[in-house]
Write a protein that binds this ligand. Structure first.
Ligand code: AMP
Ligand code: MG
Length: 340
């Protein structure tokens, strides 16, 4: 199929919003920017549209999608038995990169939640997706707009590389400001539980949810056939074709370690660069972990172009936004961590 292109940077914004909305109302699928990563959107009411998303991405059927909304009335359409703490989180973190898992209503198509009785909901702050939700009147189910297993897309070019010809349209906007997917927190059980770290940090969540628990699958490889709270966490993710390893240590030890490797790439911090003698690619500054989050997926997409056999990735801290970056990188490295 031909993928229609709506350029909202230099083209007509209003007609892009209208045309993208019309495609979504007609059960089509559209890649579009959000502040976290680009999403592949479909009507959350339509099993037919959702099926197209799973097919285009090659996504495992048991991995549920996040539903994007633009206002609090829509929250009540898609979720029920909403606890008080969810309203508190909404007040503090919405619109923004926080997803809450709540009890699902029957309005939401079954395939969105892969058969679970819960639904993951987020109110993004990116203007274009909010305008498309308002214009179409639809809550939009949208996973990341990449082929399943590949690094998530943070530019429209990444989406086109993976999905051109497989989807109805793409809204071509700015590069994503955050760069990693949303924080996911389950709020339907007896205690709140962090299922996936993101730009809304654990430290920030604790100010509203003091008794929050952290799912161990965030930093550990789930055991074979284990039941995981967030199905997405059991899949191999974000991996370049090059063999990847995550390396923990200070700049000097990291440089010493990687400089002894033949035919390797150092995926490192800006601060490491002067010490590295092998091929190197910096993915941001360790002094500001937000830069690591913003660049990490583009860097992972770049790794294979260096023609090396191994990539050694300098691990960020596990605090603040660093935890989200670490969570993605440990998966890209298939849980192979080298502690120096
Ligand atoms: P993606 O949209 O590709 O960023 O992935 C969505 C993430 O949210 C995956 O890790 C899913 O497993 C998780 N998720 C979505 N819906 C639910 C749900 N109802 N319960 C638990 N996790 C969910
Ligand atoms: Mg994804």
């Amino acid at each position: 199929m031909e993928t229609k292109r709506f350029d909202i940077l230099s083209g007509d914004y209003e007609s892009a919003v209208k045309e993208a909305s019309a495609i979504l109302i007609a059960d089509g699928i559209v890649a579009l920017p959000t502040e976290t990563v680009y999403g592949l959107a479909a009507s959350a009411y339509s099993d037919g549209a959702i099926k197209k998303v799973f097919t285009a991405k090659g996504r495992p059927q048991d991995n549920p999608l996040i539903v994007h909304i633009s206002n609090m009335d829509m929250l009540k359409v898609v979720a029920k038995d909403i606890p008080e703490c969810a309203y508190k989180c909404a007040e503090k973190f919405w619109p923004g990169p926080l997803t809450m898992v709540l009890k699902k209503t029957d309005k939401v198509a079954k395939s969105v939640s892969a058969g679970l009785d819960t639904v993951a909901v987020r109110m993004p702050y990116e203007k274009s997706i909010r305008d498309i939700i308002d214009c179409s009147g639809l809550p939009l189910a949208a996973p990341s707009a990449n082929i399943s297993g590949a690094p998530s897309p943070t530019t429209y070019k990444h989406c086109l590389k993976d999905l051109d010809g497989k989807i109805d349209a793409i809204v071509m906007g700015n590069d994503c400001e955050v760069g990693v997917e949303s924080t996911v927190v389950a709020l339907f059980g007896s205690k709140p539980r962090l299922l996936r770290p993101g730009a809304v940090t654990l430290e920030e969540l604790k100010t509203v949810l003091p008794d929050i628990e952290v799912d161990k699958a965030i930093l550990k490889e789930p055991e074979k056939d284990a039941k995981v709270a967030s199905p997405g966490m059991k899949y191999k993710h974000y991996a370049p074709k090059t063999d990847a390893f995550l390396v923990e240590g200070d700049s000097e030890n990291y440089a010493k370690f990687v400089n002894e490797k033949e035919n390797a790439l150092a995926l490192c911090f800006n601060e490491d660069l002067p010490l590295i003698t092998v091929k190197a690619l910096a993915y941001g500054t360790k002094a500001d972990e937000k830069t690591l989050a913003k660049n990490v997926f583009a860097a992972l997409r770049n790794v294979d172009s260096f023609g090396v056999s191994e990539v050694y990735i300098h691990a960020p801290s596990k605090s603040g936004v660093g935890l989200a970056v670490y969570n993605r990188l440990i998966r890209a490295a298939a849980f192979r961590v080298i502690e120096l």
